[in-house]
Ligand binder design. Sequence first.
Ligand code: DQA
Length: 143
Amino acid sequence: GELLILNGPNLNLLGTREPAIYGSATLDDVAQVAIEAANAAGFSAECIQSNHEGDLIDAIHAARGTAAGIIINAGAYTHTSVAIRDALAGVELPAVEVHISNVHKREEFRHHSYLSPVCDAVIVGAGIHGYVLAVSYLDKVLP
Ligand code: DQA
């Protein structure tokens, strides 16, 4: 099967964006480790990044029928988007929410996620290794 690995707004700036919080790895590094982990587990993987809420929603819709599971770091939309939550709920695919930073150690407004209730697992604060952990989880639970 295929895994959709979705990254939201500002994650294209990884590596240069607030490195004390997000580290020095780039989005290309994320794609590389995630795809490598997916391939090692027998999945193919597609990595998509968008700064646009609607594009993320379209990608989630398109995953229905093509992907076996979704790994999503929705960035700040995590804390604001009922629409992305509804898209995840609508496609009924196994989904893992990932955050590079430990959002619970940070500002109060990052403590709430609209997405967590419709995701099967949530991985926060593990850095980019969180994407590998998400692949590992999906490998365990998918048939
Ligand atoms: C993030 C955490 C969010 O609060 C923030 O808006 C991001 C990145 C993370 O990966 O730690 O853009 O999702």
